[in-house]
Design a protein around this ligand. Structure first.
Ligand code: ATR
Length: 267
């Protein structure tokens, strides 16, 4: 079967390397490639899915919300958060899923991160942020969101219908000592500048989590944290769940995630 990641400027994506490793390790004869597209190519990808030339795709920046109108159905999590990152084509029908949610959940569990009673700040209000905010809300946690476009942060809160325990940060940030920052902004954004602009106090964090995974270059050493974790685990577990959806079977127990992680770190 044929799978792909769809996005813009994704030539450095680790996804093809990861999925190829997964298929090799499981002895499966499937293909996975990166397809760089513009907004006006969305139709073309949708047709390939409907015809079965592509059996499933992952969707990344900036298309996580653009495919939604073309789908025949959504799973429970993507309906809840209003964003998909995975599509499965089955008998010509397209169904959307969000596997970032599970990826984030597993990133927390495999790094023994406990979020209860922590002051949490989420940076960004794009597709990945939706999955993470949805996870936090589903677990009844309080958190703040900072995003340059206030209305996009507001739209997440409205979507997940979670008003009481969420605060949208503007310039009052310096009043709160955050314990955890979860960065959902793209690599290209200078997080230090963003935080400085809103008066962040750069207190030592318990955890700095970043959904981006170009390790070493990404985690910003101007932001002090006892533990800094990048998005590699989130990438791995969202990828495994994507395959479970496409191949319609459980795979996680059969995949050596430690070996896969090392393989990705070698790239
Ligand atoms: P993803 O699906 O990975 O979350 P995305 O949906 O494109 O990616 O979301 C990008 C996020 O980065 C958004 O929160 C966006 O802010 P806006 O809601 O204001 O568009 C934020 N972002 C992108 N470029 C930015 C920049 N140059 N400065 C600050 N924020 C930026």
């Amino acid at each position: 079967m044929n799978f792909a990641i769809i996005g813009k400027n994704i030539k450095n994506s680790l996804s093809p390397r990861m999925h190829k490793w997964i298929y090799n390790s499981l002895g499966l004869d499937h293909y996975y490639k990166a397809i760089d597209i513009n907004l006006n190519n969305v139709d073309n990808i949708v047709n390939k899915l409907k015809e079965g030339a592509l059996n499933g795709i992952n969707v990344t920046i900036p298309f996580k919300r653009d495919f939604t109108d073309y789908l025949d159905g959504l799973d429970e999590i993507s309906t809840y958060i209003g964003a998909i990152n995975c599509i499965h084509s089955h008998n010509g029908l397209l169904r959307g899923y969000n596997t970032d949610y599970y990826g984030f959940k597993r990133l927390l569990s495999c790094n023994n991160i406990e979020l209860n009673d922590k002051e949490i700040l989420v940076l960004g209000a794009g597709g990945a942020s939706r999955a993470i905010c949805g996870y936090l809300a589903n677990n009844n946690l309080s958190f703040s969101i900072f995003n340059r476009t206030h209305s996009n942060a507001l739209s997440i809160i409205e979507q997940i219908d979670y008003n009481e325990k969420v605060n949208i940060v503007s310039n009052a940030i310096s009043n709160i000592d955050y314990d955890i920052i979860i960065n959902c902004l793209p690599l290209s954004v200078d997080i230090f500048e963003q935080l400085q602009s809103i008066g962040y106090n750069f207190k030592l964090l318990d955890y700095y989590l970043d959904i981006n995974y170009h390790i070493n270059t990404q985690i910003d050493n101007r932001i002090k944290a006892q533990v800094a974790i990048d998005g590699l685990d989130m990438l791995i577990y969202q990828g495994i769940q994507s395959n479970e959806i496409w191949l319609q079977k459980s795979l996680e127990q059969k995949i050596d995630c430690h070996k896969l992680r090392n393989h990705l770190l070698e790239s």
